[in-house]
Design a protein around this ligand. Structure first.
Ligand SMILES: Cc1cc2nc3c(=O)[nH]c(=O)nc-3n(C[C@H](O)[C@H](O)[C@H](O)COP(=O)(O)O)c2cc1C
Length: 242
């Protein structure tokens, strides 16, 4: 592929199949020799699925395996502090953010600001989250057409709702929408329902406030082990028949 195209070719990988088969450093070394321009590595194994602790030492092993190309760390960067921590602990040249951007599309601006200045900007308000979610919905409706866009948005809205505070009725209702009118009504009813949980300034009452998100690799080891047990089971190796 590198010979066939004029643009840089990059590669993305996990750390390996499971903890006993961490193949990413070898793969990265070979890919660098083949001429890839950068490596992206998700710091989990196939066996971990999408949960459990991201292995920063594993990402560091990939950084150390290559000679000159940049390695971009990935996995569970859900806060600006998590990005800083991954950069510091692994020596990676950058981080890439997946699900963190679904929960919080503002994460890039907040992370960029934090890395440059050390200042943590506040999380967006509920009104801002609703404003951007509605814009996102409208883009879906324009791009996919109203009904198909509305159906597809059933998957997107719950990611935003994860940071709304109490939101069960919204999550139940939004997965039934088929039109702009359905979306607008679901949001309006939810905003009215949510008022019981907020004070006169529109802030969630203390007992309904959410803790900031914490990346798996910034939690105490015991807590991350509990996440690990919930991981989706997958078949064991052997690596040579992946
Ligand atoms: C809905 C969804 C779709 C994804 N699609 C891709 C994909 O097409 N290619 C890819 O390399 N990784 C894909 N991934 C994996 C992510 O790029 C990323 O490696 C993984 O989610 C871990 O990073 P995160 O914890 O920041 O999400 C996907 C992940 C999710 C949740």
């Amino acid at each position: 592929m590198i010979e066939a195209v004029r643009i840089p070719v990059t590669a993305k990988m996990r750390l390996g199949w499971d903890d006993d088969n961490l193949t990413a450093p070898d793969l990265a070394r070979v890919l660098e020799q083949a001429g890839v321009a950068a490596i992206f590595v998700h710091g989990r194994t196939r066996a971990q699925g999408f949960s459990g602790r991201v292995n920063l030492a594993g990402i560091r092993a990939v950084v150390e395996a290559v000679k000159t190309i940049p390695v971009i760390g990935n996995g569970d960067v859900t806060t600006p502090e998590a990005a800083r921590h991954m950069l510091d602990e692994t020596g990676c040249a950058g981080v890439s953010i997946g699900r963190g951007a679904f929960y919080d599309p503002w994460i890039f601006r907040r992370t960029d600001h934090y890395l440059r200045t050390g200042e943590l900007l506040p999380e967006p308000t509920f009104e801002e989250r609703i404003r951007v979610m509605s814009r996102h919905f409208e883009r879906y409706a324009e791009f996919y057409g109203e009904e198909h866009g509305a159906r597809l948005f059933r998957k997107v809205a719950p990611w935003y709702a994860k940071r709304f505070g109490p939101s069960k009725p919204f999550k139940q209702r939004i997965i039934t929408i088929t039109s702009r009118a359905d979306y607008a009504a679901a949001v309006a009813d939810y905003v009215a329902w949510r008022k019981q949980f907020v004070d006169e300034n529109g802030e969630l009452l203390p007992r309904f406030r959410q803790e900031p998100m914490v990346a798996s690799f910034m939690r105490p080891a015991g807590e991350a082990d509990a996440l690990e047990r919930d991981a989706i089971p997958v078949p064991k190796g052997p690596v040579d028949v992946w």
